[in-house]
Design a binder for this molecule. Structure first.
Ligand SMILES: [Zn+2]
Length: 423
């Protein structure tokens, strides 16, 4: 990068820091700024870009029980759209209908100024019901592999489609019940990760995240400290300390970050704590992730959202904190696709870590499915009686469970080093 660009960036970063230092205590739930729809490059209508995703997985043999759903951005008429391709371990790739870009990102639906939770549920159900060919394919995978089915959703669009909240219908008299995908089947996400000297983990292979924990917990979230008490853990002084803390030392089983987060239209406006994404870019220097399989849990608002604009870099890749950690060698990244309440974020981490430590051979993806399963079959009809703000508010925790997105292999497990008993 030319030095003047570097200087401009540094100046922007310093302005950013000064601005955030001047602000009073940040809130974990920042107002959502709707970003403009990303432009899709000109080309023949229906031509998919993101070629690595399109071609990479068609020839490979997926492990038994695993299926990949590719979601590729296309140009549809004058606007953006997407097309879908499914491939299972046991069959040929299948292409589905093309659709226009939907406006259903949970970051905007479930937000101040968004729509009530009951309406979110109804919207997602309606949107899903208009995808009969995808529904039939997913149902076929369920019939073929039953409870062992592992679905990887490789979404290259950056549209923020909440696939965990896809309503999977079931035919009459089927032994399978209809419900929300993320609570019914084991589901993870993947995306194209560009790296010259790859430390990127295989998304179809099992990994074991073993070792101690490194954690940054923001001052007003110290309640989370007790979640890590059972494990050998080291504290990181601030988000700004992350790159240094992850650069050298013993391999890590987990990196836990609990802080505020913001999503904006560029790498300067996507913040983890008060640090913009552009300043965290570690590349291969997160040595402690590269030398181990590490589970990275970013328990901060918007931490899992992706930038897919064609602006500054115009290189058609998706950028975000989850991509950054995967590129640096993490075996799995759990992050959020919107604003989550502090209490619910704490509770989610508590339940997930308890489940993983009680059953250490349970993959992260299976644990997440279990945490969503209590509301897996909830229908709009069940919510007909819900009236008033307070009742709607009580439904939010249900939706939050589906706002956590997990990138990585469906088979990755976590075994964290226990804290040594103090003498
Ligand atoms: Zn199969």
């Amino acid at each position: 990068m030319p030095p003047e660009d570097e200087r401009a960036r540094t100046r922007r970063y310093i302005t950013q820091l000064n601005r955030s230092n001047r602000q009073a205590a940040a809130v974990r739930r920042p107002p959502y700024r709707r970003r403009p729809a990303p432009a899709v490059p000109h080309g023949a209508a229906g031509e998919a870009r993101a070629l690595p995703a399109l071609t990479m997985d068609l020839g490979r043999r997926l492990p038994v029980g695993m299926a990949v759903l590719l979601v590729l951005p296309v140009r549809r008429g004058h606007g953006p759209g997407f097309r879908l391709r499914g491939v299972c371990c046991c069959g040929l790739p299948q292409d589905f209908s093309e659709y226009s870009r939907p406006d259903i990102a949970l970051a905007s639906l479930v937000a101040r100024g968004g729509i009530p939770p009951t309406k979110v549920v109804a919207t997602m159900r309606r949107w899903s019901q208009n995808k009969p060919d995808l529904t039939r394919w997913l149902h076929g995978r369920r019939c073929e592999h039953g409870d062992d089915l592992e679905l990887v959703i490789w979404d290259e669009t950056g549209y923020g489609i909440p696939w965990e909240l896809f309503w999977l219908d079931a035919p009459p008299r089927s032994p399978h019940r209809a419900g929300w995908l993320g609570g019914l089947i084991t589901l993870t996400r993947w995306l194209t990760v560009n790296a010259a000297w790859s430390v990127v983990r295989e998304y179809a292979e099992p990994h074991t995240c073993a070792g101690p924990v490194a954690a940054y917990i923001a001052e007003d979230m110290r309640n989370d400290d007790r979640l890590l008490h059972a494990y050998a853990s080291e504290g990181i002084a601030g988000v700004r300390g992350l790159p240094k803390a992850l650069a050298a030392g013993a391999p890590l089983g987990m990196v836990y970050v609990a802080c505020h987060g913001t999503f904006g239209s560029g790498e300067d406006d996507c913040l983890l704590g008060d640090v913009p994404l552009v300043m965290l870019e570690g590349g291969n220097s997160f040595e402690r992730l590269a030398s181990a399989a590490t589970f990275v849990f970013l328990n901060a608002c918007h931490s899992g959202q992706l930038l897919a604009d064609e602006g500054e870099y115009a290189d058609q890749t998706q950028r975000g904190f989850s991509e950054l950690f995967l590129r640096s060698g993490a075996a799995g990244v759990l992050a959020t696709s919107g604003a989550i309440g502090d209490e619910e974020a704490h509770q989610m981490a508590d339940e997930l870590l308890q489940l993983l430590s009680a059953r250490p051979h349970t993959p992260i993806a299976v644990a997440l499915r279990e945490l969503r399963s209590t509301v897996a079959h909830l229908t709009p009809a069940d919510l007909l009686d819900v009236e008033g703000k307070e009742e709607q508010r009580r439904l939010l925790p249900l939706l939050y469970r589906f706002m956590y997105v997990y990138y990585g292999s469906p088979r990755t497990v976590v075994t964290l080093t226990a804290r040594e008993a103090s003498t």
